[in-house]
Design a protein around this ligand. Sequence first.
Ligand code: NAD
Length: 500
Amino acid sequence: MAEIGHFINNTKVAGTSGRQQPVFNPATGASETQVALASVEEVGQVVAAAKAAWPEWSKTPALRRARVLDKFKSILWERADELAEAISREHGKTHDDALGEVTRGLEVVEFATAAPTFLKGEFSENVGTGVDTHMIRQSLGVVAGITPFNFPAMVPMWMFPVAIACGNTFILKPSERDPSASILLGEWLAEAGLPEGVFNVVQGDKVAVDALLDHPDVKAVSFVGSTPIAQYIHQTGTANGKRVQALGGAKNHMVIMPDADLDMAAGALMGAAYGSAGERCMAISVAVPVTDAVADALVEKLIPKIEALKIGPAADRSSDMGPLVTRQHLEKVTGYIDKGESEGAKVVVDGRGFRMDRQGYEDGYYIGGTLIDNVTPDMTIWKDEIFGPVLSMVRRDSYQDAVDLIHDHSYANGVSVFTRDGDVARNFSQDIEVGMVGVNVPIPVPMAFYSFGGWKASLFGDHHMHGMEGVRFYTRMKTTTTRWPTGMRTDPEFVMPTLG
Ligand code: NAD
């Protein structure tokens, strides 16, 4: 069986730990490859390679670093299909959705090519008589990114383009469920002219993650994944003296006000709840119609659309939705629907009955789109992140009830409101305690030149990802104060210098 190994010093390297695990094709349920799981020693080798590359890379002119990324961007455009196919093969998402992921990642590369501009410092002359001060942003050293299965190309690209544009060297620890994209990214960066050791991939599980968190030469860790692990990464990494940004799970609500265009809202809900089989941290998983009349009308509009969802493998380019990522995840999502039903919610459209009858795909991890009405805040299916094509509906009587519901949730990644009332829209975007807000936009993912991140249990740390927040995370400030001999006093000065 072919093994996906590591990528160190611009070379593919086989694992030596003797530990590996199978990688499945969720569309068929078959496994043709396995992924190496790194040992502590292998992580040490990767860190050593990245550390050796840092002194030269950090002093390489920012414009030259940006040009390598510019070349990499061109390669990504040309080979987007190839990368999308690799993503779909191990993740299961449709080809067009995988292409969308590649494009959103590529936009961060595009942002990072502006490094010479965003790394410009500040200078003040005569902060005191004959004294000047300047501030620069310098790289940290070796930084690591630990990423989830659901965006095997985009989430790494939220991190490494900005990190390496700023002069750091980078180690990616991708999800062990879909590791192939990381190797393609490494090969294409090398082809674009990135020096050895600047971008490296180490495959693995908790052993590799803990080795990165414990290694004194890793200066910062970026993490995206589930909340319990995000919290663990943040606690362990910061206790070890590292900078950490750790993005966690989500439960994103969409409020539909009585004055909203319900056809528009229903269409938006379909894409936001069922796109990528709901395996998006910005998926809408809770619809919050204000008033029963809005809820009833919305249910009527949604039922035929959900029943018409075309579920199939990425190989069929007309599929709307692919399978879930693993059999265990399929069982978990199915279990949540069972739980919702037993807790008294109404399963209006039931995806549990879906059977894939296409030859060769019978064992894939497919489930149909599901709509559950009359969900209440005491139910597990409202509290937990399900991460599948399951839309819960929590009915509310007023705008304020809807806002209170959202504020009661522990997650605060994304949220949206559908309304034609400017006052409601403005109050909502000002008052809602959630990191990313949409007004008549169901999935308000900020563009690459803004920054991505939620609040509360959806993000641990101080910095959001990419955009200027990414630059701040991956650099440290240095101020230099200068006086030249003609301005020097010869007598010693024992009091705090002030301008006087
Ligand atoms: P996950 O937390 O299981 O895994 C994420 C990474 O952590 C992987 O690289 C994995 O190998 C590693 N990991 C897993 N268990 C670990 C442990 N015990 N110790 C150390 N490392 C460990 O997440 P996932 O299932 O791959 O991804 C789905 C989750 O990611 C969802 O909760 C989703 O909301 C979240 N997510 C969040 C965002 C965001 O921006 N907030 C974006 C994408 C995904």
